[in-house]
Write a protein that binds this ligand. Structure first.
Ligand code: NDP
Ligand code: HSE
Length: 445
């Protein structure tokens, strides 16, 4: 059968990985897809890396102009691996307008402009596939969109940024400084072009936006994600968490929840933040650049998806899986394809997203206090007045010659706005020094 012809935009970490894996496993991939999949055009900014990777392979054309690839009638699928919003967005929309299927790993682009891109694809009858955009090599999009399609999804909680998880794991295991570990993650090709996206939780917010849309059948709304990264975490808190039987992980969490005070109305939580997770949970033991996504469905119960969340070949694995899917469905009637966001496009719902103040979860609170009678009583009274109940507490002996010490409290589930209010009140006590550290906590059982 005639090969399906692919135009690749961007020959960086993932672009080179895709080329290598497609070449190495060409024979098996062809047997699976039913026809050969050939990269015939590569457009990238600097040709040197592309020349090195392709080493004069026959039938391959290199250019610095993506428009040249997108405009070619003989290119069937455009693979966008440039990253960022522009010019990636314009290339993707023009490829769609030209009737090309698109495969992309670009979660930033989809989280921001996915609704527009999928609508355009729907209109033209082409596929936009994006398995690599969430959790690298883990087939989580396939699992959510197809494998779990019988379920009403209740919640998803995932380690979905490899760079942050690598940093947290290294800081905990070796005590290495943040900046050193981040530089190592960059050298290994895990980090985004702008690593702020990784460490401030933005990349995880992009991925969570995509998963939430697929899980609950809602349009993508990146602006609704509460986002907090790992840059303010201290080794002290990692250590205290450990003492209490927890690990701190950067989690993306999305959940159906009832709106406080209204048993019948439902909202969706959408949040990325450092989270204490019981050390005995499998997800708490996911280390390095590995990702893991826990999905709770009403029929299946909890399922866990684990694997490499970043890197050249793991991500290429997902890109090529999409290429095979597109190849298999290329000639199918668009009506018979799996909808981009799992639900039929005219069946998306408008369940509201819950503001962070309404979210109900548990908390780790650390405060530095004067070590004298009555201090703890004042703090617990403030919490009790707001119906916040304490689950566990540790108080450290003050270091020799000092009159101040750390108190760490774990609370039962409380409403976020009550905790925010209590923290403000605690910080105003003359016996409490500086800011109260607040980290959210999830049992995930
Ligand atoms: P890289 O920065 O390594 O590669 C990007 C490539 O695009 C480079 O070759 C770059 O050229 C090229 N490029 C940039 N701008 C243009 C342009 N205007 N025209 C043509 N080519 C251009 O990024 P990654 O491979 O790491 O990431 C690619 C995408 O995959 C991103 O969306 C990223 O978020 C996503 N992703 C990455 C993962 C990873 O582990 N790295 C995992 C999952 C998703 P030059 O060589 O000159 O810089
Ligand atoms: N920068 C991302 C991460 C790449 O570290 O997870 C994979 O999406």
């Amino acid at each position: 059968m005639k090969p399906l012809q692919v135009g690749l935009l961007g020959m960086g970490t993932v672009g080179c990985g895709t080329w290598t894996v497609l070449k190495r496993n060409e024979e098996e991939i062809t047997r699976r897809a039913g026809r050969p999949i050939r990269i015939t055009w590569i457009a990238t900014r600097t040709l040197e890396r592309a020349h090195q990777a392709t080493r004069g392979a026959k039938g391959i054309h290199l250019t610095t102009d993506p428009e040249e690839v997108i405009g070619r009638p003989d290119v069937d699928i455009v693979v966008e691996l440039i990253g960022g919003i522009e010019p990636a967005k314009s290339y993707v929309l023009r490829a769609i307008a030209n009737g090309k299927h698109v495969v992309t790993a670009n979660k930033a682009l989809l989280a921001r402009h996915g609704n527009e891109i999928f609508a355009a694809a729907q209109k033209t009858g082409v596929m936009v596939a994006f398995e690599a955009a969430v959790a690298g090599g883990i087939p989580i999009i396939k699992a959510l969109r197809e494998g779990l399609t019988a379920n009403r999804i209740e919640w998803i909680a995932g380690i979905i940024n490899g760079t942050s998880n690598f940093i947290l794991s290294e800081m905990r295991a070796t005590g290495a400084p943040f900046a050193t570990v981040l530089a190592e993650a960059q050298a290994r090709g895990y980090a985004e072009a702008d690593p702020t996206f990784d460490v401030e939780g933005i990349d995880a917010a992009h991925k969570l936006t995509i998963m939430s849309a697929i899980a609950f059948g809602v349009p993508m709304q990146l602006d609704k994600v509460y986002t907090e990264g790992i840059t303010r975490l201290t080794r002290e808190d990692l250590r205290y968490a450990e003492e209490l039987g927890y690990r701190i992980k950067l989690l993306g969490i999305t959940r159906r929840a009832s709106v406080a005070g209204s048993a019948n109305s439902e909202g969706i939580e959408l949040r990325v933040h450092p989270t204490l997770v019981p050390a005995k949970r499998l997800i708490a033991n996911v280390e390095g650049a590995m990702n893991a996504v826990l999905v709770k469905g009403d029929a299946v119960g909890a399922t866990l998806y684990y694997g490499p969340g970043a890197g050249a070949e793991p991500t290429a694995s997902a890109v090529i899986a999409d290429l095979v899917d597109v190849t298999r469905m290329h000639t199918a009637d668009p009506e018979h394809r799996v909808p981009h966001l799992a639900f039929q496009p005219d069946q998306l719902s408008n369940i509201p997203f819950l503001p962070m103040g309404e979210v109900r979860t548990s908390y780790y609170l650390r405060m530095r206090v004067l070590d004298r009678p009555g201090v703890l009583a004042d703090i617990t009274r403030i919490l009790a007045d707001r119906e916040i109940s304490i689950d566990a507490m540790i108080q450290k002996e003050p270091p020799e010659g000092e009159d101040r010490t750390d108190i760490i409290l774990l609370t039962h589930q409380s409403i976020e706005r009550q905790i925010v209010d209590a923290i403000a009140k605690i910080e105003s006590l003359p016996t409490v020094n500086g800011k109260v550290v607040r980290i959210r906590m999830e049992e995930l059982n």
